[in-house]
Design a protein around this ligand. Structure first.
Ligand code: SF4
Length: 428
């Protein structure tokens, strides 16, 4: 499952193995927490800053900068939230961390809370992950019993009360302000930013929100140093990324990949390439909210800067391969329908724009659309992306935008006024 199974990686995991607390400690677990508590929050934060760790949930915001914002806040009560609402279709990395290496995550949360000065925290786990919830619940209790969580952690005077919170099945609650509203017992709808959660988050208190994978990176950075961490990846994007690889490849699964490898290398070396006898037609990078790119773009490296330049969204690290038997339009409509279902309906561009775009795709797939519909679809896509209130609507247009850019011929070929019979009829 994981090609980098040795001691020199960030996620030292074996398929099917649940790492319990004893095993975690035998392998150096909780030495990072002890080190952080001994050296203090500033020194620990400097290590995270030097490591160049960025958020792995999709936004790629520098983790140390976020923690610094919290530290700059004079409010005494601060919260930490681990965003484990892994709802992006095709993404299963956080589930693996929670179910296989839960103490690496708990240690990362505790160190992050210590650096940020947070004394209370939540892990917001998606409703559809009951096994992860059970394992985390038991792991939190055990960590508390052994002095790694709760009051006066390892005799340091630092305390962290950590609770689990189950989502209710809404994709939108992966958005940080919607997630906060959900914990507060309100509708899981996004709020206007600013203020950002680091300024006024949970119950209006400064709140650090980070993704599962981001937090699970922290212990190894503290334990082994920023320079060790930077031995993986590139100067722009240090470290590794957990990639959820699926679709039409030989080997599907979860892989820990150093930044800097090209998408072609990831698909071929980890995924074994396309299914036998098939050619790759397109690759979806970043899940449902990501883009569809053609094979010639697969030589782009998995790196934040290089991807930003080419319009690729790494997102949560999902890669879905489509071979030449797949219909681009059907694939795009699947994603669109997902967002239509998950849209909260608060703003018109997302609510109505997605609905209208879906109707055009219905007509295209039924062979009833005309070329003008493709231009209209492009206008709707711009409106959805530019005028939607939150990230759901803004990202919902990514697969539309990219497929219209790279597979426009397939859209036009589906139009009835683009078929030879129609053109002959018109010119007769
Ligand atoms: S963009 Fe969509 S999900 Fe976000 S607030 Fe608007 S309607 Fe709701």
């Amino acid at each position: 499952m994981n090609k980098m199974l040795d001691d020199d990686q960030i996620f030292n995991i074996s398929p099917g193995r649940h790492v319990d607390l004893d095993h975690h400690c035998q392998n150096g677990g909780y030495s990072a927490l002890a080190k952080a508590l001994a050296q203090g929050p500033e020194t620990s934060l400097k290590e995270i800053l030097d490591a160049g760790l960025r958020g792995r949930g999709g936004a790629a915001f520098p983790t140390a900068e976020k923690i610094k914002m919290l530290r700059a806040n004079t409010e005494k009560l601060r919260y930490i939230i681990c965003n484990a609402d892994e709802g992006e279709p095709g993404t299963f990395k956080d589930r693996f961390i929670m179910t296989h290496i839960p103490f690496q995550l708990l240690e990362g949360i505790t160190i992050a809370a210590f650096m940020a000065g947070a004394s209370e925290g939540y892990i917001y786990v998606r409703h559809e992950y009951p096994e992860a919830q059970k394992i985390l619940h038991e792991s939190i209790e055990e960590a508390e019993r052994r002095g790694f969580l709760g009051d006066n952690i390892l005799g340091s005077g630092f305390s962290l009360s950590l609770k689990l919170f189950s989502g209710a099945g809404s994709y939108l609650c992966g958005e940080e302000t919607a997630l906060i509203s959900s914990i507060e017992g309100k509708k899981g709808r996004p709020r206007l930013k600013p203020p950002y959660p680091t300024q006024a988050g949970l119950w209006q208190k400064p709140t650090l929100i980070n993704n599962v994978e981001t937090l699970a990176n922290i212990p190894k950075i503290i334990e082994k140093s920023a320079s060790w961490y930077r031995s993986f990846g590139t100067p722009d994007s240090p470290g590794t990324k957990l990639i959820s690889l699926s679709g039409d490849v030989q080997n599907r699964g979860l892989f820990e990949v150093p930044f800097g490898m090209t998408f072609a290398q990831i698909i071929n070396e980890y995924g074994g390439g396309a299914k036998t006898g098939k050619a790759i037609k397109a690759v979806n990078i970043g899940g449902a909210s990501g883009v569809l790119i053609p094979p010639e773009m697969l030589f782009t490296p998995l790196e934040y800067l290089a991807c930003a330049k080419t319009g690729i969204t790494i997102g949560s690290g999902a890669i879905f391969v489509l071979d030449d038997t797949r219909s681009i339009l059907s694939n795009v409509q699947n994603r669109l329908r997902f967002f239509l279902h998950e849209s909260c309906g608060k703003c018109t561009p997302c609510r109505e724009g997605l609905r209208q775009a879906n109707l055009i795709l219905d007509r295209l797939l039924a062979g009833e659309a005309v070329r003008q519909d493709v231009s209209t679809l492009e206008r709707y896509t711009r409106a959805i992306q530019e005028a939607s209130f939150c990230g759901l609507g803004q990202a919902a247009g990514n697969s539309l935008r990219s497929s219209l850019a790279y597979y426009r011929d397939e859209y036009l070929a589906s139009c009835r006024d683009n078929k030879p019979s129609f053109i002959e009829e018109e010119t007769a």
